[in-house]
Design a protein around this ligand. Structure first.
Ligand SMILES: [Zn+2]
Length: 322
């Protein structure tokens, strides 16, 4: 389908609901497909008459997200706040909804913005006029650590890691130092580590092995191949799979998914991004992980119920009970 004709609304509800409820282990409820929503620069707006209407000015409420997910057999989720305003929002929202726990960090693309070492790449990533970039990197990381320690509902440091997709050498240096600081916080607070690894497999693995990975380490939206999946599994690290396993070009991800031991598997949306086929390019939301979980079962030739049970169990092993 051409971009022009692509449907713009949210994906269809997965029916029937999953036989055993699962967790969406990585979602951004504070964003929509048009970008950042809450905060002084762009307040979150809800259309009560049609919460799922998709346009630049509307986003479903957190209550609407949780209810639609529950109806699809997705009873809990890990809300990820990976810039300062979003991390602050996350630390607050997870105390208000029993279905949520949180992860906080500075995303690898955020860290250079605080350090003044960003490199503008093909996507034109610019340090927009966002006040929080005036906070120096060390202070920003200290605030992340404080937010992580502020509530027992924060269960992970993430997403942190490296993203060399649009990053020059200066930015990469900052990303590396920021990643190492986040690893140290996860260990100190005994939280899980949620890793963002884009075009940076070797660097991420190197840092993890040099510094020592936290007891519970998760590769968010795993993007490696079979060999990397085997290496991660040998270390006992969790691999979390998202919508891209359904994209035709990603046979290497399907191979990695088949290779991953059942007790190290997780599922996620990374909503509002990365909706699975046939909804690719449409906005994503936690309920949509049910589509991805069905695809995972088909790819692994595994009974759906067994997979769902494992995903639920593994999510609690990674992030604790809630
Ligand atoms: Zn994410």
């Amino acid at each position: 389908m051409s971009k022009k004709n692509r449907p713009r609304g949210y994906p269809a509800d997965p029916t029937p609901a999953l036989p055993v409820p699962v967790v969406d282990t990585h979602t951004h409820l504070d964003s929509d497909a048009s970008g950042w929503l809450p905060g002084p620069d762009k307040p979150l707006i809800h259309d009560d008459a049609d919460p799922w209407k998709w346009d630049a000015n509307n986003a479903p409420t957190v209550d609407a997200q949780i209810a639609r997910a529950a109806a699809a057999g997705v009873d809990r989720m890990v809300q990820v706040g990976c810039d300062l305003p979003s991390a602050r929002w996350t630390a607050d929202i997870v105390t208000q909804h029993p279905a949520l726990v949180g992860a906080v960090a500075l995303h690898p693309n955020e860290a250079p913005m605080h350090a003044g070492t960003h490199d503008v790449g093909p996507d034109g990533l610019e340090p927009a006029a966002r006040d929080h970039y005036a906070v120096p990197l060390d202070e920003a990381i200290a605030e992340i650590a404080a937010l992580a320690a502020s509530s027992s509902r924060i269960r992970a440091i993430g997403e942190t890691g490296m993203d060399l997709f649009r990053c020059g050498p200066q930015g990469a240096h900052t990303q590396r130092e920021s990643f190492r600081a986040h690893i140290a916080i996860a260990k100190e607070l005994d939280l899980a580590l949620q890793i963002h690894d884009r075009d940076a497999h070797a660097e991420v693995l190197d840092i993890l092995q040099r510094d020592g990975a936290p007891a519970r380490t998760v590769f968010h939206c795993f993007s490696g191949d079979v060999e990397m999946a085997r290496l991660c599994a040998s270390k006992g690290w969790f691999l979390s799979f998202a919508g891209p396993i359904t994209y035709p070009a990603n046979q290497h991800l399907r191979d990695a998914l088949v290779e991953t031991p059942l007790d190290l598997l997780l599922a996620e949306t990374d909503a509002p991004y990365l909706a699975p086929a046939p909804y690719r390019g449409q906005p994503n939301a936690p309920y949509v992980v049910a589509h991805t979980v069905r695809a995972m079962a088909e790819i692994r030739l595994a009974p759906l119920e067994d997979l769902c049970q494992a995903l639920s169990r593994n999510s609690e092993r990674a992030f604790g009970q809630w």
